[in-house]
Design a protein around this ligand. Structure first.
Ligand SMILES: Nc1ncnc2c1ncn2[C@@H]1O[C@H](COP(=O)(O)OP(=O)(O)OP(=O)(O)O)[C@@H](O)[C@H]1O
Ligand SMILES: [Mg+2]
Ligand SMILES: [Zn+2]
Length: 264
């Protein structure tokens, strides 16, 4: 809830939903949202400045952020917990460097469960939308795969299945690499990553797979799933594109779900 900003965000069903906090009727456009502007003697009808928040509320609701993360902002992420500050700082710096309308390197957040990766991902989207008016889309990796599969099974065209995910300026993929890694999953991911890479779109992602292979205990075998790295998981072709066009960081700290479970 950020009423003083002119909007609120609350969980509604499965999604975080933003709403405009109604204010006094705009004195410039008398609530029509349209304003006549004069530029170099020419009159032009344009969108009134008072529509900025309503327009961004629409963008936020199109982004489809999960209900659980309705209150996940940069401000609500606690940096006083052990090892929690570094991940937050990297996201903060990334946001400060972001230039709307230009080519921006993406951000991949890797780490163990409960470190706040999806919180940070949702917070970064929220800021991109409300500070910069950028179109964003949040999608959980396994949902992305199943919705594309359903689209293909229904013989829908690529324009309705893949293209929106390729075209959106900022695509945020939660739980990248999760799933069974079928041929279909790898092919879909390759297609989206390659087309977005070629179109220079910005990718944001979280993953439980480590950026480098963890040190193995003496008795461990390569077959242990927890030891697989993101590059092994995704394959060299996809990983090399990701590496070139994204900043990859490890989010450390404790499992917030465990350390704060008693307080709920
Ligand atoms: N530093 C933090 N400050 C405030 N809340 C936090 C912090 N870290 C995590 N949380 C909260 O704890 C819960 C779990 O965090 P989150 O879902 O972001 O973890 P995750 O790293 O994505 O885990 P997983 O890998 O299992 O998906 C969320 O409700 C999140 O808002
Ligand atoms: Mg998560
Ligand atoms: Zn107005």
């Amino acid at each position: 809830m950020v009423e003083r900003e002119g909007y609120t965000v609350e969980p509604v069903g499965e999604r975080a939903v933003a709403r405009v906090v109604p204010g006094p009727v705009c004195a410039f456009c008398e609530g029509t949202g349209r304003r006549t502007l004069e530029m170099r003697g020419v009159q032009r009808v344009g969108r009134c400045r008072c529509q900025k928040i309503p327009d961004r509320v629409i963008l936020y609701n199109r982004a489809q952020i999960p209900a659980r993360y309705a209150e996940s902002t940069m401000a609500t992420f606690r940096t006083d917990l052990p090892d929690a500050r570094a991940g937050w700082t990297m996201c903060r710096n990334w946001l400060d460097r972001y230039r709307p309308g230009e080519e921006n390197a993406g951000l991949i957040l890797s780490g163990e469960p409960g470190r706040g990766k999806t919180h940070l991902l949702s917070a970064v989207l929220r800021e991109l939308i409300f500070q910069h008016g950028v179109s964003c889309r949040f999608v959980e990796f396994t949902h992305l795969i199943s919705s594309i599969k359903e689209g293909f099974d229904r013989k829908e065209s690529e324009a309705t299945t893949l293209t929106p995910l390729v075209r959106v300026p900022v695509l945020a993929v939660d739980e990248l690499g999760k799933g069974r890694r079928t041929e279909f999953e790898v092919a879909v991911l390759d297609e989206i990553i390659t087309r977005r890479y070629n179109a220079r779109g910005t990718l944001l992602a979280t993953t439980n797979y480590p950026l480098t292979r963890r040190a193995q205990p003496a008795a461990a075998t390569l077959a242990l799933p927890g030891l697989e790295s993101l590059s092994e998981r995704l394959g060299d072709r996809i990983f090399s594109r990701l590496k070139e066009s994204n900043t990859m960081i490890t989010v450390g700290g404790e499992d917030y779900r465990v350390t704060h479970a008693q307080r709920r």
